[in-house]
Design a protein around this ligand. Structure first.
Ligand code: HAM
Length: 421
């Protein structure tokens, strides 16, 4: 009997060679957009001290309470696999004294993210994010730029019919008063709340607003809105941001139920949603987090950013049948006959590759027909045949797989042609 057949761990997946073109496509568009906005790439470690996330994402959030992968290392330190990218970037900003650079510091990242979530379409336990963060500037025009990047990314990717939802959740000055209003409102309906919402009312009242249970929806619709309870500074920020949205001509709706699942947000929050999908499938989410760096031990430093799930972007690119460029494969396949031919091919292949052109050496000991078949299935457009005659004469026979045309030329002449290409 065979041993256990291993499979990828639940909620994780391989990115197989045939899927890579989607990843390169999305990464390419995202990185180029980052570059055009003057963002620089940063990579942070896969795990961090657990306290970093407890202090930022926040105790009482689903992510910290139910979804982190936390472990003690052999030295007894508690570490957590990154459940999001913002806190690590803020930690790096502090650690490397980036406050002394011109502000805002604009950073972007691609990274795997780990959440012990219930796996389903577009929801994984390891997913990958592209994120941008602008640190050190509280101006709402920076919020506008961040929203603009998110929105432009979608159109650069060729995605259509998406919607942008915006909200403000105030700051430490005005939010406590709003939360009291919210609690007072919900307390009146305690008997209509789902069991999760009863907990939320106690521990995280803002999250009452984005409960997905059908029975809780009508209560959300009527709930007090944070935008109606802003202090003067938050109101001014909100008014300016909406003005800039008009200037940028980006369509959006305001949804007072949008609060996001992480504790660090202040003022602006936003999401981009795909057409006809539940909130489960949010494509991109972000907002402002002006208190976060201070919470992590730094001087008060504002910040704003977003992250988007690569898997979800790719899912939508595929669903919307966006044409994605094929990755360039090797141009040549060398089919050889007999051992001497294979030896010649070994050297010839190395010389071809030095010119920058891709080539695969065919398997030894198979018939010419079999090797042609191989080349065809791999989609290689040209086969170089090195049989007995070619070895003897120092030539190569080139076969165009599409037309079947063949010609024999001296090896050196063929290589010269490649160099001149
Ligand atoms: P988030 O909304 O938790 O925000 O995640 C950002 C995006 O990651 C989501 O919109 C979604 O596309 C994707 N995502 C989240 N969870 C999963 C999952 N289990 N499977 C697949 N994709 C998923 C943040 O993480 C914040 N750090 C965003 C941010 C950056 N805010 C400010 N700066």
């Amino acid at each position: 009997m065979l041993g256990t057949v291993f499979r990828a761990a639940r909620g994780t997946k391989d990115i197989q060679p045939q899927e890579q073109k989607y990843w390169r496509y999305v990464e390419g568009k995202a990185a180029d957009l980052g570059r055009r906005h003057g963002f620089k790439r940063i990579d942070t470690p896969t795990f961090e001290s657990s306290d970093l996330f407890t202090r930022s994402v926040g105790e009482g959030t689903d992510i910290m309470d139910k979804e982190t992968y936390t472990f003690l290392d052999r030295g007894g330190d508690s570490l957590t696999l990154r459940p999001e990218g913002t806190a690590p970037v803020c930690r790096a900003y502090l650690e490397h004294g980036m406050h002394s650079l011109p502000q805002p510091v604009r950073l972007y990242y691609f990274c795997p993210v780990f959440r012990y979530d219930r796996p389903q379409a577009g929801r994984y336990r390891q997913h990958h994010q592209f994120g941008v963060e602008a640190l050190g500037d509280g101006d709402p025009i920076v919020d506008a730029e961040i929203v603009q990047i998110g929105w432009t990314l979608m159109s650069d990717l060729g995605l259509k019919d998406l919607s942008l939802v915006l909200n403000t959740i105030g700051d430490l000055k005005c939010r406590p008063g709003y939360i009291e209003e919210l609690k007072a409102y919900y307390s009146g309906y305690n008997n209509r709340l789902c069991s999760d919402c009863k907990q939320r009312l106690e521990h995280n009242p803002l999250r009452l607003l984005d409960c997905k249970k059908e029975s809780c929806q009508p209560l959300q619709d009527e709930a007090p809105a944070s935008a109606d309870h802003l202090c003067d500074e938050c109101q001014e920020h909100w008014d300016q941001l909406r003005h800039y949205m008009k200037v940028m001509n980006i369509p959006y709706t305001v949804d007072h139920r949008l609060v996001r699942g992480l504790d660090y947000y202040t003022r602006t929050v936003f999401e981009i949603l795909p057409p006809d999908e539940g909130a489960q499938s949010t494509l991109l989410g972000g907002g402002r987090y002006d208190g976060l760096i201070e919470q992590l031990g730094g001087r008060p430093t504002p910040g704003v950013g977003f992250a988007t799930g690569m898997e979800r972007l790719i899912l939508n690119v595929q669903r919307q049948e966006v044409p994605v460029p094929e990755e360039e494969g090797p141009r040549y396949f060398i089919a050889t006959m007999e051992d001497k031919g294979a030896e010649v091919a070994l050297d010839l292949a190395a010389r071809i590759r030095r010119t920058g052109v891709g080539v695969i050496q065919g398997p030894r000991g198979r018939s010419l027909r079999g090797q042609m078949h191989n080349a065809n299935s791999m989609g290689v457009p040209q086969v170089i045949i090195i049989g007995e005659d070619e070895v003897a004469a120092g030539t190569v026979t080139l076969r165009d797989m599409a037309t079947g045309d063949q010609k024999t030329v001296p090896q050196e002449e063929f290589l010269r042609g490649l160099e001149e290409d």
